[in-house]
Design a protein around this ligand. Structure first.
Ligand code: GLA
Length: 389
């Protein structure tokens, strides 16, 4: 990551005039495939990236929380015993949300002086919020002398989003931020939380992430709308033949069988989820056997389904993926994350990655007038914390 611990230590000294005793970090993530499947109990295949949220801190004897978000240039003072949302400093909601959930579970949480820095690009589909939640959790685990199991930690982060912030998001982002492993992607069954680490070991290819660098509009409300549309699709399927409460429980044949009795929009939403689950299983197999062409083809098919059936791409995302696919060395390109803006992920031949990145940014600028960004990241480790002294 590009955060220098010495700079962070100095910033801490400047803010609190003391030396931190605990450092905690958690990474952002990029999803290789399996989009909008997690809240349907389906499959996902993300990897943690080499961009982190880092927290330096000292636990306090009282319940005061002094916080400095160095990257945002903001400070706030709250109380740990009454965790509440803040309209003025919404970034503190992730800290308060984690504390509220820990308290519900009966874990000890004290006040703390915290400095938060990070280099996960914010608001562009690389899960800066999950990284913050998982870093905060790792800090309080270390401070309180307890450690949660990975899936339980991820579930806690999901409850922060669902219950504290009112977003109906799934488990993927927190799970990979906590459980990711160096050199590996993580295949997760979002129903059972069983997971397999899948080596990212292509000799000749790597993942290039491209950022549209354009603000995402109304993501939260459109995201929640997709969740409701999936629930409505399940209702129609259940009405014909009850096989379960989630799209995970139904096949394409089941869906075709009720097509005539379904809202065509709900049909398309369900078709995306059902086919995306199948693509994610195939992509895991392709990664395990080194099938670059196959993985690239699946990524592109995923994107087309997200654009046409799920309707979560944006004009800028579509420009990026179209240019990417026209460039030499590109095996496949798709939007990644919730969509409605944000980033794409591209599988690219190693020896073409440099020219691919340059031409992609140049083409994007020419067509949209916008300056995008490119990140190349190997799969990183999940969250952790340690004592500094
Ligand atoms: C966001 C959510 C995840 C997942 C993705 C889409 O990142 O936080 O739970 O639903 O969108 O795959």
């Amino acid at each position: 990551m590009s955060i220098h611990i010495d700079d962070a230590l100095q910033a801490y000294k400047r803010c609190f005039d003391s030396t931190p005793t605990i450092a905690a970090r958690a990474p952002g993530r990029v999803n290789i495939i399996g989009e909008h499947t997690d809240y349907n109990d389906g499959f996902v295949l993300p990897m943690a990236i080499e961009h982190d949220t880092l927290i330096l801190g000292v636990p306090r004897q009282d319940q005061v929380l002094n916080m400095r978000a160095e990257t945002l240039g903001r400070s706030a003072r709250l109380r740990a015993d009454v965790p509440a949302r803040s309209a003025q400093e919404p970034w503190t909601d992730y800290v308060s949300g984690v504390i509220a959930e820990l308290q519900k579970l009966g874990y000890p949480v004290s006040g703390a002086d915290l400095l938060i820095v990070g280099d996960v690009p914010v608001g562009c589909g690389l899960s800066s919020s999950a990284a913050l939640e998982m870093a905060v959790l790792a800090f309080f685990e270390k401070a309180g002398g307890f450690q949660m199991q990975g899936p339980d930690a991820a579930r806690l982060g999901q409850r922060v989003e669902n219950d504290f912030l009112g977003l109906s998001t799934g488990i993927m982002d927190q799970f990979i931020s906590r459980c990711g492993r160096l050199g590996h992607a993580l295949f997760l069954d979002c129903r059972s939380y069983d997971y397999t680490l899948v080596p990212v070991a292509f000799k000749d290819a790597l993942f290039v992430i491209a950022n549209t660098a354009c603000p995402r509009g109304l993501t939260a409300s459109k995201y929640n709308e997709r969740v409701s549309e999936c629930t409505a699709a399940v209702e129609a399927l259940k009405h014909a033949k009850d096989k379960g409460n989630k799209l995970r429980d139904y096949t394409l044949a089941d869906l075709e069988g009720v097509r005539h009795a379904m809202d065509p929009l709900h049909f398309r939403r369900a078709r995306h989820v059902i086919t995306e689950n199948a693509r994610t299983l195939d992509a895991k197999a392709a990664m395990e056997s080194g099938g670059l062409e196959q993985l690239g083809t699946l990524m592109t098919a995923s994107d087309i389904s997200l654009k046409e059936d799920y309707e979560v791409t944006s004009p800028e995302l579509d420009v990026l993926t179209a240019i990417a696919r026209s460039l030499p060395g590109c095996y496949g390109a798709r939007m990644t994350g919730a969509g409605f803006g944000g980033c794409t992920i591209n599988l690219v031949a190693k020896n073409a990655a440099e020219s691919f990145s340059a031409q992609l940014l140049e083409g994007y600028k020419k067509e949209t007038g916008r300056t995008g960004e490119v990140y190349i990241s190997a799969p990183a480790d999940g969250a952790g914390a340690f004592f500094l002294s």
